[in-house]
Design a protein around this ligand. Structure first.
Ligand code: ATP
Ligand code: MG
Length: 324
């Protein structure tokens, strides 16, 4: 039996705290995240949409400048948006906040070297700091408008990345421990050992934080993922890869939005040929994802920008359009 072709289940699942919207570039992730945000703001006390895509376009969708802290969406008092800054790099790591050690130049470069020896760890740290921050804010629900698939999967892979990073630092510390205390005296950094210990314990704290966040992300009562795709081979293939990876990370996914679909009554000759192709892939997607809610959204004549158009688009998420 086909599951309901809508996102209604998500609206009704009141325990949900984190919703990820992801998929290939340009398919309609931001449009879906923004319009779902509008819908949910009518059912929840307060909703925050966070863009984690370094090439942000959430501001464009709302036709309103959004900052790096929650900014109220004009006209909707309980809907907020924010665009988080692209990855930290070690040049602008906020050492006192992140590592709790004095940010003098030598210490910075020592920590920088260690952090740089583990690719991606700076990003993991900044992501977990951001989540910790958001958790302390009074939002009932957070929607992530994510970057194209690869980036998002990397983000969800942070706990194991940090785990590997931590073991690397442990062995580094053991191997270098005595050498460091000897050399540090000569380098005029008698406190190098202590700084290293500090870094080590901070990273351990960070790991615990990420593990806690991960527990929440793996709890289907709290977290779900919505895949957005278009009915074409590459996008369908990428959705399959995304679903497989999410299952590996134990992240719940039950809904797929197929966007930019042509309906017969809107069509020219060119569209008819494209509709035939789309029809084939919609059939394949339904076969591939039998136990998913497959939501089919029409290609509209115009871009979906601004609250009014987003609100109109949001109807398709819960009331499927039928061919006349
Ligand atoms: N169903 C639709 N009909 C018409 N235009 C659409 C539809 N869905 C999205 N668009 C438009 O297509 C463009 C891309 O959509 P959107 O920004 O939501 O995609 P995205 O997946 O977030 O892209 P990116 O990967 O670049 O972040 C936007 O201009 C949006 O207004
Ligand atoms: Mg986007």
């Amino acid at each position: 039996m086909e599951l309901a072709p809508t996102l209604q289940g998500i609206i009704e699942e009141r325990s949900l705290r984190w919703i990820f919207v992801g998929g290939k570039g340009g398919v309609g992730k931001t449009t879906t995240a923004a319009s779902l945000g509008i819908l949910l703001s009518r059912h929840r006390e307060s909703v925050l949409i966070i863009s984690t895509d370094p090439a942000h376009n959430l501001s464009d969708a709302f036709d309103q400048k959004l900052g790096s802290s929650p900014t109220q969406i004009q006209g909707i008092s309980n809907l907020f948006g924010m665009e988080i800054k692209p990855n930290l790099n070690t040049d602008n790591l906020e050492f006192p906040e992140v590592f709790g050690v004095s940010p003098d130049e030598n210490a910075k470069s020592l920590i920088g070297d260690i952090v740089n020896s583990i690719p991606g760890i700076d990003e993991a740290v900044s992501f977990s700091e951001m989540i910790k921050n958001v958790q302390s804010m009074p939002f009932s629900l957070v929607i992530f408008d994510t970057a194209p698939t690869g980036h998002t999967l990397r983000l969800l892979n942070f706990p194991s990345l940090l785990d590997r990073g931590l073991s690397k630092i442990v062995s580094l510390k053991q191997n270098l421990g005595t050498a460091i205390s000897q050399i540090s005296g000569m380098l005029g950094r008698p406190d190098a050992d202590q700084i290293l210990g500090n870094v080590f314990s901070k990273i351990e704290q960070m790991k615990m934080l990420i593990e806690e966040i991960n527990r929440q992300f793996q709890d289907p009562k709290l977290t779900t993922f919505i895949a957005v795709c278009i009915p074409e081979f590459l996008s369908m293939y990428e959705t399959d890869r995304l679903v497989t990876e999410l299952m590996k990370f134990n992240i719940n996914i039950e809904h797929i939005v197929i966007n930019q679909v042509l309906f017969p009554e809107d069509q020219c000759r060119m569209c008819k040929a494209r509709e035939k192709m789309q029809f084939k892939y919609i059939g394949q997607i339904k076969d591939m994802f039998e136990d998913f809610h497959i939501v089919i959204n029409p290609l509209l004549e115009e871009e979906v920008r601004g609250i009014e158009r987003l609100a109109a688009y949001s109807k398709f998420l819960v009331e499927p359009r039928r061919s006349s």
